[in-house]
Write a protein that binds this ligand. Structure first.
Ligand code: FAD
Length: 390
């Protein structure tokens, strides 16, 4: 740790200090399906905007493992804020800690250094927000199903394509998209300026849960992207996805935090201490205590697996290490929905009133297992084959 660098606990403390305001705002974001602008304004003022930006670029210098704890803390109060903040941090980490682990030629390393210096400056000095709409609905793979094209022109590319579930629509400064130059095999990671000509946001956004992510459809028609917005040198995104797939777990801590939020809400409700609840304490029935115990058990299992997978993450993982990662993804995402469902059984019908946070958390928790490229099904399929073939 460099001198003056924040400790992990201090970083998590910044997120925890936002909790009361975030819990209150979460109600509005959910009701209106609107982006958590106020929370991002707070990230700008308390420094969390640059939590995963290395200290030498002016950030807080969180490691991936530090960031996971911060993200979990945010998810406890507002799942949609945790998830949108993750899209921003994923780019910070791909270009920072992960890029440093990858093989590059000296020329690639030098050009990457120059580009990320400017990218990080935008985040730290202007409060730029990065999103990462990768999904096109064509294939679940991290490096497949990319139909978005980047046609080389003088000084950059003209990008054309359509991304679904483009979280942070209308709020991001950059839409960081995966795309391909016709004739090339590798994926490129380009930062499409949100304000550029040819960028359109389409479709309504009125989903079941995680409504504050505002994940609408992004249409790009011949959008000029300058060379300076190629966030990783050509070929490096493929290398990162293959050699450091751990970043695909970065969606999990939002849901792990959400699970913790469900637990805390249930605990207060059973004690009769949840603000706004009509009924008093209702903790005495043994069957409720069994349900409450099961909820804690699942939460502890999720935390243990998630922390272990992230804390042991290394470049070029073995299959045995990947098994741990896939198991962590399935466990965290499935347990989020299971724990929220148990919370309804334990607390009962009154807890499901729209005025109670459990109702929103129950809806939010359902979506974790669908998140690609490491969705619960994809991970289950890989676990199903692990160890059985050479
Ligand atoms: C709130 C929210 C925010 C999101 N934000 C972003 C974002 O910012 N950026 C982004 O890129 N994406 C984002 N996504 C998209 C997400 O990662 C998935 O791409 C999306 O949910 C897939 O939806 P689909 O309808 O195309 O499902 P499908 O791809 O049809 O998948 C349906 C189910 O089938 C499974 N499945 C599909 N293909 C396979 C296969 N070959 N093997 C095994 N299982 C398979 C999937 O796991 C899933 O459970 C977001 C999604 C949600 C819900």
């Amino acid at each position: 740790m460099q001198q003056g660098q924040m400790t992990r606990d201090e970083m998590v403390g910044l997120a925890r200090a936002m909790a009361p305001a975030m819990r209150e705002r979460a109600v509005t974001y959910d009701l209106q399906a609107s982006f958590p602008h106020e929370n991002f304004a707070d990230f700008r003022s308390n420094g969390l905007m640059g939590v995963s930006v290395p200290t030498r670029f002016g950030g807080l210098g969180a490691t991936y493992a530090d960031y996971v704890r911060v993200s979990e803390e945010l998810g406890r109060s507002c799942g949609a804020t945790g998830l949108t903040f993750n899209m921003h941090n994923a780019t910070m980490l791909w270009c920072g800690a992960v890029a440093d682990l990858l093989d590059m030629t000296p020329a690639q390393r030098a050009s990457h250094e120059a580009i990320r210096t400017e990218m990080y400056r935008g985040v730290i000095e202007r409060g730029d927000i990065h999103s990462q709409p990768f999904s096109e609905g064509l294939s679940p793979g991290a490096t497949s199903g990319v139909a978005t094209k980047a046609v080389p022109v003088d000084g950059g590319w003209l990008v054309t394509g359509r991304k679904i579930f483009a979280s942070l629509s209308g709020a991001a400064t950059f839409y960081n998209v995966t795309c391909q130059v016709p004739g090339e095999d590798e994926i490129r990671l380009l930062g499409v300026p949100a304000a550029a000509d040819g960028v359109q946001i389409l479709d309504d956004w009125d989903p079941l849960g995680m409504r504050g992510t505002v994940s609408r459809t992004l249409l790009m028609t011949n959008v000029f992207v300058p060379q300076s917005n190629e966030w990783m040198p050509a070929g490096l995104y493929n290398q990162a996805a293959l050699r450091y797939p751990w970043l695909f777990l970065s969606l999990c801590p939002s849901y792990l935090g959400l699970t913790g939020g469900v637990l805390e809400t249930t605990r207060l409700y059973l004690r009769g201490e949840l603000p706004g609840q009509a009924a008093g304490a209702r903790r005495d029935h043994p069957i409720k205590q069994v349900g409450w115990a099961q909820m804690q058990l699942k939460h502890q299992q999720s935390r243990a697996l998630m922390y272990r997978a992230i804390d042991e993450a290394t470049i070029d993982p073995t299959e045995a290490q990947l098994v741990l990662g896939w198991a962590a993804a399935i466990t965290v995402m499935e347990h989020a929905a299971e724990v929220a469902s148990l919370a309804i059984r334990v607390c009962g019908g009154q807890s499901m009133l729209k005025t109670m946070p459990l109702e929103r958390m129950y809806r939010d928790s359902r979506l974790g297992s669908t998140m690609l490229p490491w969705s619960a099904e994809v991970c289950l399929e890989r676990l199903g084959a692990a160890g059985l073939y050479d």
